[in-house]
Design a protein around this ligand. Structure first.
Ligand code: SAM
Length: 649
């Protein structure tokens, strides 16, 4: 991930700063050895706040505009266009400035009415409660108690509905309606109060019989789960990497993890919850800014008592700067904790070891502090740009009132620079599967970035053993093939051997992640998908101990012992051919089921097929890859209950 985009103001600022700094001064900077010193040096050159005229801005809130949206909403409501009314009420709520509590209460009540008509009773009930909490006028309260009753009727919760109809009567005493209208409403409520007890009796009987036959519910997925057999090894060349000490079957969940930090892209800031990344149709808004939305009061509180408190009003400037999502994550890692928290860790950070950090919770900053930064491979120019970015992030902290004391600024500035470095190599893109319609296989769309402390320890392979997908901002990692005990469990950083040539893969990985890939596909220089000839079968030579040659045999084979052109040893491909026939049959039936939308059955067949693929003889990897692809997409579709599928319609 890049530090900044070319279309923001930061790039120009960075270029100017670099031009204006003398060679001697730059050499002095290049000599510095700690992030704190680098930050101090650049931060002292010029005030970024004055140079860029940085200030918090709250342009999105505007009472006049909010009233316009309310009128549009009311017009749509009168036309019974409930969805349109809901959209306008949402915009009105977002634009209502802080301090206009009465206005906010009315708009939430109006929105609850639209939701009631859309039969979204739970959401309507939430908005009714919000309107009451915002001091909804007493003389209109009868509307809400009556609507509440009707929502409970819609939910078939007659006990609560009865209570709400009863509450409507005293609420009507406060109303300013003409007598006739008021009496009509009282009569309506009385009718329901008379009718409902019968329904309640019938319901009680039904509930009793249902209780006896109710199927047990699936337990909810845990927030954090690591497969028992998974552990982390170390080598000088590869650093830490994941391995398994048990055989892993295809389609096994091996990791469920919440991020240490996660940030939404600007494009999704008004469609997804900033805190948990859930897609939001009925937002809870920030009282101060209109740059973010939340799915619930809990997420809003979490944000406004931590990260958003300091980022609020600064996001538009940040977005305009062109700073990348990793920069925003570097900042969020600080804003989500207090200044005192970091000051308390100051003398502990550099001495941390993996024995200590592995046992810590994901939200602990110490857990991620030691992730790879490749600081020894960084140029002074790289440090210059990143340090300047750290000063921009620090300006947000200062303007947002983060610092109680100026003394910790250089230390925290140094942490910002450190975060920028390890996020470059360890952060993951968070994606959401979006589908045009039911039949659409779905497109994985990049919506934000996250740092997952355990996932960050997985190394790369161009022929990976796992795939990952997201539920909100939580990641789920699953195997897409059988992985024998004692093997590395690798994920994929981008280039797959089936699509990208070895030369290109190696150059991308070296450039972006500072290593030369030597996975099986790279070592054997396996063919790309497009270059494979389906008339040729390929098997791994199992003759020579260290021979990784791939034997290429015409599909019309009549010999079972094949001599390796490299090591001269013979390989018996009989077993491989037998397993190939099974593989082929299973693949065909899995694909058929998949196409028919029978995901659960297709998934079973794919897994069965994966199990026929044998490690002694590598099957022709064209089919192998097709199966992995099928398994993955089927898993995603079937995984409807694990991940959110979003239809654009
Ligand atoms: C996300 S980290 C993975 C964990 C890392 N090995 C560690 O020790 O923390 C990414 C870094 O791991 C190393 N790495 C990942 N895959 C590798 C591979 N196949 N071979 C060698 N090094 C690899 C590279 O240094 C890369 O920048």
């Amino acid at each position: 991930m890049e530090t900044y985009k070319k279309d923001g103001f930061f790039q120009k600022y960075c270029e100017n700063m670099r031009k204006n700094i003398g060679q001697n001064e730059f050499n002095d900077f290049a000599q510095l050895e700690s992030d704190e010193k680098r930050f101090e040096f650049i931060n002292a050159l010029k005030s970024i706040v004055t140079e860029l005229k940085l200030a918090r801005e709250f342009k999105g809130k505007n009472l006049e505009r909010s009233l316009e949206f309310k009128n549009l909403g009311n017009k749509a409501f009168q036309k019974e266009s409930w969805t349109e009314a809901l959209a306008h009420y949402n915009l009105c709520y977002l634009a209502t400035p802080e301090g206009n509590e009465a206005e906010r209460a009315i708009i939430l009540a109006n929105r609850s009415a639209a939701l009631y008509h859309l039969e979204k009773y739970d959401q309507a009930l939430k908005d009714i409660q919000r309107a009451i909490d915002h001091n909804y006028p007493k003389d209109l309260m009868y509307k809400l108690t009556e609507r509440k009753a009707r929502c409970y009727l819609g939910k078939k919760d007659h006990v609560k509905a009865l209570q709400c109809f009863k509450d409507t009567l005293p609420a009507l005493d406060e109303c300013k309606l003409p007598l006739e209208r008021r009496q009509k409403l009282e009569r309506d409520a009385q009718i329901m109060i008379k009718l409902l007890p019968k329904n309640i009796e019938a319901e009680a009987k039904l509930a009793k019989s249902k209780k006896a036959t109710a199927a047990p519910k699936n337990p909810p997925h845990p927030d954090h789960y690591v497969e028992k057999g998974l552990y982390f090894d170390y080598s000088q060349d590869e650093g830490r990497f994941a391995k398994t000490n048990t055989d892993l079957k295809p389609n096994t969940i091996i990791l469920l993890e919440k991020p240490h930090v996660s940030v939404l892209l600007e494009e999704y800031s008004l469609s997804h919850c900033s805190t948990c990344f859930k897609r939001v149709t009925i937002p809870v808004c920030c009282p101060k800014c209109s740059d973010v939305i939340f799915c619930s009061e809990a997420c809003e509180k979490k944000a406004n008592s931590s990260y958003h408190r300091y980022e609020c009003g600064f996001l538009p400037i940040f977005w305009k700067s062109g700073a990348s999502i990793t920069c925003h994550m570097a900042l969020r890692m600080i804003t989500q904790k207090t200044e005192e928290y970091f000051v308390g860790l100051r003398y502990e950070l550099d001495g941390l070891t993996s024995e200590v950090t592995d046992k810590l919770n994901n939200d602990d900053y110490r857990k991620v502090y030691k992730l790879v930064t490749h600081e020894d491979k960084r140029s002074p120019e790289d440090y210059f740009q990143r340090t300047l970015m750290a000063t921009l992030l620090n300006a947000c902290l200062s303007l947002g009132g983060y610092y109680k004391s100026k003394e910790s600024e250089s230390f925290i500035g140094g942490l910002l620079l450190h975060n920028l470095q390890f996020l470059q190599y360890n952060a993951h893109e968070i994606s959401e599967l979006q589908r045009e319609n039911e039949r659409d296989i779905g497109k994985s769309t990049f919506i934000g970035g996250g740092l997952y402390p355990t996932l960050a320890l997985f190394n790369h392979s161009c022929e990976p053993g796992v795939t990952r997908y997201y539920r909100g901002n939580s990641v789920c990692v699953r195997t897409v093939k059988g992985i024998p005990a004692g093997s590395m469990v690798a994920e994929n950083y981008g280039p797959l051997f089936t699509q990208v040539s070895r030369e290109e893969r190696r150059s991308t990985l070296l450039n972006q992640y500072k290593f030369t890939c030597n996975c099986r596909a790279c070592a054997g220089d396996w063919l790309k998908f497009a270059d494979m000839d389906s008339n040729v079968l390929r098997f791994k030579c199992d003759g020579g101990k260290n021979c990784s040659n791939v034997l290429e045999i015409p599909a019309e084979i009549n010999e079972f012992m094949v001599q390796c052109t490299e090591c001269g040893e013979h390989t018996n491909i009989m077993k491989g051919l037998k397993s190939l026939q099974d593989t082929d049959m299973l693949f065909k039936s899995a694909t058929k089921l998949h196409e028919a939308g029978e995901y659960e059955f297709a998934l079973k067949k794919y897994v069965e097929m994966m199990n026929t693929l044998d490690e002694v003889l590598v099957p022709p990897y064209r089919d192998y890859h097709l199966c992995q692809q099928g398994l993955r997409s089927c898993m995603l579709e079937f995984g409807n209950r694990f991940i959110r599928m979003v239809s654009k319609k």
